[in-house]
Design a protein around this ligand. Structure first.
Ligand code: GLA
Length: 645
């Protein structure tokens, strides 16, 4: 049982914002935390203005008392560096540090994350504050890990101010070497954009027409890197003072804006904030994909650092979680490799934009349904302590590449704006998930040799990384199209994959909204291609319409190519799973089956009782009952079976 931190077992707790409450309330907080089995609290995330009310005037007293109280009640601190919102005095002294939109509007103070990622002032000040925090709390017994910033890119992903432009130019010079290098990479001969100096280059602000897509792609890379520089600067400051303490920053599930492969490599613990919509009966599938990404980022246990006990406060309509759903969703995160369950937040706020966001301790106090659910989950997590540190392995990998994603979803210049990477990923993930088949996510450059089946739902950019993989491979449409600079491959798609796949794409055939294209193996919407065989055989033809009789799905050796986005990939998937020798766990629809080490999680996401044939025998850790054969799983209930070998 090796946990993520020195705290034994699974982590349980949430964001704790004691500065929003009079000190009398704190005693009740820690007493109730102990009652619920809380062992970790995230503190000081947005506390900069209270910790440093004026430049260099620190007021650590209140946080000292909070840390002492937490420790006295057995609660460790995921201590934030408090840099997520710069205080008003800093912003007023340096108004140029507020972010500017692509239209040139400088955003006001009054929310959070009000900083330009490239502001030298902000960077200098966060390093100073992180150092002060580390020096203050380095020896505090409550301190278990560092929480750097908060949800990078949540509100501020990019800034278009002159400082950002300077930073972007430095980044571009390092990437392209010279202005000629940039001209070549960006294809500036098109539309008369040839530059003669870096000083002429700007971020892709709002322009009269479509902006150069290669410029936009570099901008996406730059924005991810610029925020990562901030994270790295704080990490370096913390490392100088507390070299032994692990650092994290909370990710936002599968997020377009940040290249999480790069980010995860920079942190010690991967953590995630996950908010599946309780009103969406299939939200557990999309979030499972995110959780599998979190586990895959470092191929290790990770931490669900935020989730919601019931409703959030930022959707158009904020549906609550009905009884049992919070527990079920929490167990789901554990099944997919989290070493704990944490929430936003501990005590429900009485003011501010999140006063209607649910919390572990609701406005109504300990009489509420919410509090009873908190107590129940705490008790359950205690029973599951032994799963901490165990890891799930998978035989199937889905390839995910941020460069490709950014290129694919570039605005204004694609054959269709309807081809979205998440849809492509989910079209494969959904049936894999339904079959109880464990899935890893993988960057194209990772060693894939351990997988029996690799599926690249889309690799618009790149593709050559797949050539060394020798197992069963599936490649989705619109892949191998462009190089690293978004320039179309000579001879067309699938570019570097042409020989491996044995096909050539003559023409993209995006399908207008509301239309469909039949194939022998199902119906496609959104996307099709005019394909020519060049060594491959046809598994399915297009049927009807202008593509009638042309190849839709092809195979050469171990490599299958889908030139369309099928509404249901099941027939293709089942066939390649059989070829690869991958087997799942049979469960009724709406029941999720996930193995984590020796533990089998069965999660009933439906609202009816389900009959399940257990694949083996064992004991349910939640009820301490021996189980085998056929079982009945109540609505929104779960079992965690420790399988006997
Ligand atoms: C994010 C933030 C939290 C809080 C929650 C509310 O995850 O990190 O501070 O705002 O959203 O859902």
């Amino acid at each position: 049982m090796v946990g993520l931190t020195r705290v034994p077992g699974l982590l349980f707790g949430g964001d704790y914002n004691p500065e929003q409450w009079p000190e009398e309330v704190w005693a009740e907080d820690v007493r109730l935390m102990a009652e619920a089995g809380v062992n970790m609290a995230t503190v000081a995330v947005f506390s900069w203005s209270r910790l440093e009310p004026g430049q260099g005037e620190y007021d650590f007293g209140w946080l000292d008392r909070v840390m002492d109280l937490l420790h006295a009640h057995g609660v460790a601190a995921d201590l934030a560096t408090a840099t997520a919102t710069p205080p008003p005095w800093l912003v007023r002294a340096h108004p140029e540090m507020l972010p500017v939109t692509a239209d040139g509007v400088r955003l006001e103070f009054g929310s959070r994350q009000g900083y330009c990622p490239s502001s030298p002032v902000y960077k200098r000040e966060i390093v100073r504050l992180a150092t002060a925090m580390a020096e203050r709390y380095r020896d505090h017994p409550a301190l278990a890990m560092w929480h750097i910033g908060n949800e990078y890119a949540d509100h501020t992903l990019e800034c278009f101010c002159p400082e950002s432009a300077r930073h972007f130019r430095t980044w571009l010079e390092a990437r392209h070497g010279s202005i000629d290098g940039l001209n070549a990479a960006w294809g500036t001969s098109c539309w008369g954009q040839h530059y003669t100096g870096f000083d002429q280059v700007e971020p892709p602000r709002t322009a009269p027409g479509p902006v150069n897509p290669a410029q936009v792609l570099d901008w996406r890379r730059f924005c991810s890197d610029a925020l990562l520089e901030l994270f790295e600067a704080e990490k370096a400051a913390l490392r100088r003072v507390t070299p032994e303490l692990k650092v994290t920053t909370n990710f936002m599930s599968i997020l377009h804006g940040l290249d999480y492969w790069k980010w995860a490599a920079a942190e010690d613990i991967v953590s995630d904030d996950a908010y599946p919509d309780p009103a969406d009966p299939s939200s557990h599938v999309g979030i499972a994909l995110s959780y599998d990404l979190m586990r895959s980022l470092k191929q290790a246990p990770w931490l669900l650092l935020e989730s919601s006990p019931s409703a959030v406060s930022w959707r158009e309509v904020n549906a609550p979680k009905p009884p049992g759903m919070m527990r079920l969703h929490s167990l789901q995160a554990l099944a997919h490799g989290s070493d704990g369950v944490m929430f936003f937040q501990w005590r429900q706020a009485r003011y501010g934009p999140e006063k209607f966001h649910s919390a572990m301790l609701p406005h109504g106090g300990t009489e509420t349904r919410g509090w009873q659910e908190t107590l129940r989950l705490g008790a359950d997590l205690g029973r599951l302590a032994e799963i901490a540190g165990t890891h799930a392995t998978a035989e199937v990998a889905l390839v995910l590449d941020w460069d490709s994603w950014w290129g694919l979803e570039a605005p204004e210049s694609m054959p269709s704006n309807r081809l979205r990477l998440k849809d492509l990923l989910l079209s494969w993930y959904r049936p894999l998930h339904a079959r109880g088949i464990a899935v890893d996510l993988a960057p194209p450059g990772r060693d894939l040799s351990g997988y029996k089946l690799v599926i690249a739902p889309n690799l618009y950019l790149g593709g050559e990384e797949l050539l060394s993989y020798e197992g069963e491979l599936v490649v989705g449409p619109f892949s191998g199209v462009v190089d690293v600079n978004d320039q179309v491959r000579d001879g067309g798609a699938p570019g570097p994959l042409r020989e491996l796949l044995g096909v050539r794409v003559d023409e993209w055939w995006p399908l207008p909204d509301g239309t469909a294209q039949k194939t022998d193996l199902g119906t496609a919407s959104t996307w099709a291609e005019w394909l020519r065989l060049d060594g491959a055989e046809t598994l399915a033809h297009y049927r009807g319409g202008d593509l009638d009789g042309l190849p839709a799905i092809t195979r050469k050796g171990r490599a299958t190519y889908l030139s369309c986005l099928l509404d249901d990939v099941t027939p293709v998937l089942d066939e390649v799973l059989a070829r690869a020798g991958v087997e799942g766990i049979e469960v009724p629809a709406g029941v999720e089956a996930v193995r984590r080490g020796d533990y089998l999680f069965l999660l009933n996401h439906t609202t009816t009782q389900q009959r399940i044939a257990l694949p083996g025998a064992g004991a349910d850790l939640l009820t301490q009952t021996a189980m085998s054969g056929e079982i009945q799983l109540a609505p929104r209930d779960a079992i965690v079976l420790k399988e006997t070998r």
